[in-house]
Design a protein around this ligand. Structure first.
Ligand code: SAH
Length: 508
């Protein structure tokens, strides 16, 4: 009999910031077949769950009630017995008030193999992101992590007098509901009411907030700030360091969370640049581009290539995107055409902008023309201005490319062939789309970045039940902006059609 047993990975997702997920955690997550996660797992991290994986949300957000612990244990067992690679993704570290231990019991009983991937616990990372070192030789020699959550009906079992005697840093998780009682009990047990204390909300996320006060004033200060969960309470002298050590707020894009919609293979530069400036980025690739390789299309491509050698006079090949270049060369290979043929004809190459020029360079060709403003219309207009009125133009570009480039050619009576070499597919991830709608409505997400009109169309087709006028977007150029405006989206346009210019636009 085939052993159909799967395996379970108990993975700590960290406190929220995607950069605080461990390398191992990310690896395991990306090859998961089933992911069981709860409410503490951030949208940034959830966006890493492969779209092929079955997702089971056992958190409160799902349908406003928690899936009971026994139920979760059973889900893990059943999914593993079906032979799946199951990732149980938990906020922070699975063994720090994470019930990780309870979830293993049934697996052990049933001989299911498992691994534990520890995570960065909120107990130390949330203070760090607020400039609070949980230990410091001048102030404290121990740290205590305590649950502030009393069992239903019963009073809490915290030994306040013991804690106070230690002169330690005290970190309370799940304590916001009991904040008043915690502070009062500490003072009653002999703590100096002037002891520095802090409440840290949504730590390591774009919207993290810190309230620094004393044990005596903390409750009032937290109320005034309308602190919400998740939040931790830190009590101890180290809290006094927060004001001078706080660093997150100093980053240029601190507090901003954006959605990047470009295809995954291309999103990394934009994402990296935004994150380097302190922004939080949720990647939601809404399109995918594929080279068109159906037989009929291959024949069309071959004919277009042959046509170039039949026409006399000046010849130009124009590319309006890096993908156009990539697909052109991939089709050359498939159809066994030889690029040297074009060289012998003296064919010239025009590119829409720098990214396309770079892609062409990868194939050993230096573009003969690139306009100052990176758009198709400028490419055609500039070409005509600089090189006269009668070249023959071949366009290798997207199937659904915009018409403005060919309109310029037609207005100037220039002969051309327009060859579709790649196609744009819309990717729909309903779960992520719902998270993003909620994020926009609740103002957890501030901006959506659009790098093409097709990204706008694909994004809006994913998010159907949101009021588009609530969305603020940064668009790469006028064409993309026009597409977004059509949906009523509030639009900011980058000065130039480059990633750097988009980042600059957001910074402003
Ligand atoms: N296993 C988790 C803790 C789970 S208990 C860990 O290691 O972090 C849940 C509590 O953790 C919340 O009530 C809150 O007190 C704290 N918490 C988790 N993430 C947090 C965050 N990003 N900011 C502030 N508190 C957080």
């Amino acid at each position: 009999m085939v052993d159909k047993k799967g395996k379970v990975w108990l993975v700590g997702a960290g406190p929220g910031d995607i950069g605080l997920l461990t390398v191992k955690g990310k690896q395991v997550l990306e090859s998961a077949e089933v992911v069981v996660y709860d409410a503490l797992v951030s949208d940034e991290i959830a966006s890493l769950i492969p779209s092929s994986a079955k997702r089971i949300n056992v958190g409160k957000r799902a349908n406003h009630h928690l899936v009971p612990q026994e139920e979760i244990n059973k889900i893990l067992l059943m999914e593993a017995l079906e032979g799946n690679r199951v990732v149980r993704l938990k906020g922070g570290d699975p063994f720090v008030f994470g019930r990780g231990g309870e979830e293993l019991e049934l697996l052990v009983e049933n001989n299911i193999p498992y691994e534990i991937v520890p995570g960065i616990t909120s107990a130390v990372s949330v203070p760090a992101y607020a400039g609070i070192p949980v230990t410091h030789r001048d102030y404290t020699s121990s740290v205590h992590i305590i649950t502030g959550h009393a069992k239903k009906g019963g009073s809490s079992r915290i030994q306040y007098d013991a804690l106070v005697k230690m002169k330690a840093t005290l970190i309370f998780l799940m304590g916001i509901g009991a904040l008043e009682e915690i502070c009062k009990s500490l003072i009653e047990a002999g703590m100096n009411p002037q002891t520095p204390a802090a409440v840290l909300e949504k730590g390591t996320s774009a919207k993290q907030r810190r309230v620094i006060a004393t044990v005596e004033t903390l409750k009032a200060a937290a109320d005034q700030a309308i602190i919400q969960t998740p939040a931790i309470i830190v009590v101890g002298e180290v809290c006094s360091l927060s004001d001078s050590f706080a660093w997150i707020e100093k980053q240029p894009l601190a507090g901003i969370q954006v959605v990047v919609t470009r295809p995954k293979e291309k999103s990394s530069t934009l994402t990296e640049k935004l994150r380097a400036r302190g922004a939080h980025v949720i990647e939601m690739p809404v399109i995918k581009t594929i080279t068109i390789k159906e037989q009929e299309e291959l024949e069309r491509f071959s004919r277009s290539f042959d046509k170039i050698s039949e026409v006399s006079g000046e010849q130009w090949i124009l590319f309006t995107s890096p993908k156009g270049v990539e697909s052109f060369f991939s089709l050359l290979t498939v159809t066994k055409k030889d690029i040297r043929h074009l060289y012998s004809m003296g064919v010239k190459f025009g590119v829409v902008g720098n990214a396309t020029r770079k892609e062409l360079r990868l194939h050993g060709i230096e573009a003969d023309y690139m306009p100052d403003i990176y758009c198709g219309k400028e490419l055609a207009t500039g070409l005509i201005k600089e090189f006269g009125q009668n070249p023959y133009v071949t366009l290798y570009r997207a199937e659904d490319a915009t018409e403005d480039l060919v309109e310029v050619l037609e207005d100037n009576k220039i002969s051309y062939q327009d060859v579709a070499v790649y196609r744009t597919l819309y990717l729909i991830d309903e779960e992520l789309a719902t998270r993003i709608s909620t994020g926009i409505e609740s103002k957890m997400i501030d901006y959506v970045m659009f790098t093409s009109a097709s990204c706008v169309k694909a994004f809006t087709s994913c998010l159907t039940d949101i009021d588009y006028t609530k969305i603020k977007a940064v668009c790469i150029g006028e064409q993309t902006a026009a597409a977004a405006t059509k949906f009523g989206i509030q639009v900011g346009v980058s000065k130039k059609a480059t990633i750097d210019s988009m980042v600059e636009c957001l910074s402003k």
